[in-house]
Design a protein around this ligand. Structure first.
Ligand SMILES: NC(=O)c1ccc[n+]([C@@H]2O[C@H](COP(=O)([O-])OP(=O)(O)OC[C@H]3O[C@@H](n4cnc5c(N)ncnc54)[C@H](O)[C@@H]3O)[C@@H](O)[C@H]2O)c1
Length: 92
């Protein structure tokens, strides 16, 4: 499959478990770096481990994605952190 995400950075909310984890590992297999957001730190780290085992880069952000104030405040920080993954990015 070619989703056209090679060398992109994918932001996956709820990436700690379930559908989010599956999406994150699929995107990693497709050559994307993955920025993971979830409320649960242990789940985040487990997904990040799986993503890295596939040879892709993973960053983790513990946050509640329904808290708009928190997300908007951290958005520029997340983007900055994400930028450092590849020295440039195309966000999906
Ligand atoms: N439409 C459908 O047919 C269908 C089918 C399955 C799932 N869903 C929906 O898709 C979503 C994901 O399903 P799942 O089974 O992977 O869910 P899940 O309950 O396993 O959650 C996945 C991850 O999201 C995280 N999470 C939940 N709320 C969060 C928040 N506010 N901020 C940050 N992280 C949060 C959890 O900590 C968990 O790690 C759910 O909303 C579910 O209802 C829809």
């Amino acid at each position: 499959m070619d989703l056209g995400v090679k060398n992109s950075v994918a932001f996956v909310s709820g990436g700690g478990e379930g559908i989010g984890r599956i999406v994150a590992t699929m995107l990693a297999q497709e050559g994307a770096s993955v920025a993971l957001a979830d409320r649960e730190p242990a789940a985040l780290e487990e997904t990040a481990k799986e993503v890295r085992a596939l040879g892709a880069k993973a960053l983790t952000f513990q946050l509640d994605v329904t808290n708009c104030f928190l997300v908007s405040n951290r958005a520029s920080w997340i983007t900055g952190q994400t930028l450092s993954v590849n020295g440039g990015y195309s966000m999906v």
